[in-house]
Design a protein around this ligand. Structure first.
Ligand code: COA
Length: 358
């Protein structure tokens, strides 16, 4: 089992001579004296496919019912991508919204980290398709950590910002799970949906730091590869004629999810000297209402402080946290200065948490 914890790292300065509005190659600076740099969340954006499919509509083609799905998972509907709503298309739409929210031009983006398990092609990375569509500079790559991908992406971006390698980073979660569903398997096909969410992280010179400072306070990543066979995609991903299908042992995933996610949120709080009472919002991975409630209870958080979108979006894997964040930001629940705790678990198994002050 691996663990990486990033917290209060000292950092080197951003590349000298770079202008926020200028694109161009970005390289890690050779170590000169440096202010502390923090990864501050500057913008949030989202994209959902136009077509929403209710449980009742799904029950016309799948042997299931609205009551079964709602009782076991809390899901009421999911969005399903049309052919033109590719991973790159949805990621680009979400990224544009995040850039607009931040007031940052695409040309000032240094890096695009796109978390996805459903890229449009094996390569090039969907991130470079997004780079081209946006007209962004810098570099981009895809990150594969299944439903934990957004947390992993935040962690990588945070480390690069603290190291002074980049200033403006898009972290995107984008998924088209409808294309890897086995629509004959009612135990999985009712659970997932499509969509994309994005955040723009910006380097800011931090003051004293600590839990009251803005930005990512810490991230905590884990994986346990000997559990790979309880949630995986069979076949070959990236080939249109053999797309591969998601396979899951739901009970086993459920069992590990509650334990591991409770540990991960506890770890984030302890690392920062905080308790559940300090948290303004838990923005969890949206897999299942029962898992979300169980984790909230473990840290004593009332249901009103937990952002829930699983009813509307179902499980959108790496997109689910930024989609939930965007929903709560758009309706005014999430505001600057608040402390946000995020957690996710997915195939791998991978799991992790992130604590961020807006
Ligand atoms: N509609 C109706 N019945 C269904 C069904 C569906 N969509 N899917 C399964 N069933 C049936 C099964 O066939 C089974 O019937 P049986 O008792 O006659 O054999 C019964 O419901 C129970 O199935 P089971 O798989 O044991 O259900 P469960 O209580 O474990 O709930 C999940 C299934 C998937 C909802 C639950 O295991 C879960 O939430 N797991 C976590 C999944 C998850 O979050 N994964 C993503 C993590 S990133």
């Amino acid at each position: 089992m691996d663990q990486v914890t990033a917290r209060e790292a000292s950092a080197a300065p951003a590349s000298p001579g770079r202008d926020d509005a200028a694109a161009g190659p970005v390289s890690a600076p050779a170590g000169s004296a440096a202010p502390h740099l923090r990864a501050v969340l500057a913008g949030i954006g989202a994209y959902l496919p136009e077509h929403a499919v209710s449980n009742d509509e799904l029950a016309k083609t799948v042997d299931t019912s609205d009551a079964w799905i709602r009782e076991r998972t809390g899901i009421r509907q999911r969005h399903i991508a049309a052919p033109h709503e590719t991973c790159a298309f949805m990621a680009t739409q979400a990224a544009r919204a995040a850039l607009a929210d931040a007031g940052v031009a695409a040309g000032a983006v240094d890096a695009i980290i796109l978390a996805t398990a459903t890229p449009d092609q094996a390569f090039p990375a969907t991130a470079v398709r997004v780079q081209a569509a946006l007209g962004a500079g810098g570099f981009g790559f895809d990150l594969s950590a299944a439903c934990s991908g957004f947390i992993y992406g935040l962690s990588v971006a945070d480390a690069m910002i603290r190291a002074g390698q980049v200033r403006n980073v898009l972290v995107i979660g984008a998924e088209v799970y409808s294309r890897i569903m086995n629509w004959q398997d009612r135990g999985t096909c009712v659970l997932f949906g499509d969509g994309a969410g994005a955040v723009l992280l910006r380097a800011e010179a931090g003051g004293a730091g600590g839990a009251s400072a803005r930005g990512i306070l810490s991230t905590h990543l884990h994986a346990q590869g000997d559990l790979a066979d309880i949630l995986y995609v069979d076949g070959a991903v990236g080939q249109p004629d053999k797309p591969g299908h998601l396979v899951m042992n739901g009970r086993e995933v459920f069992r590990h999810a509650v334990t591991r996610l409770a540990e991960a949120v506890g770890e984030a709080l302890v690392a920062n000297g905080l308790t559940g009472a300090d948290v303004d919002w838990l923005v969890p991975h949206q897999a299942n209402m029962r898992i979300i409630e169980a984790v909230g209870r473990r840290i004593g958080l009332p249901a009103e402080k937990v952002v829930v979108t699983v009813d509307q979006h179902a499980n959108t894997s790496a997109a689910s946290i930024p989609l939930a964040l965007a929903a709560a930001y758009a309706d005014g629940r999430i505001r600057p200065g608040q402390l946000i705790l995020m957690e996710a678990l997915g195939g791998g198994l991978t799991w992790g948490s992130a604590l961020i002050r807006l």
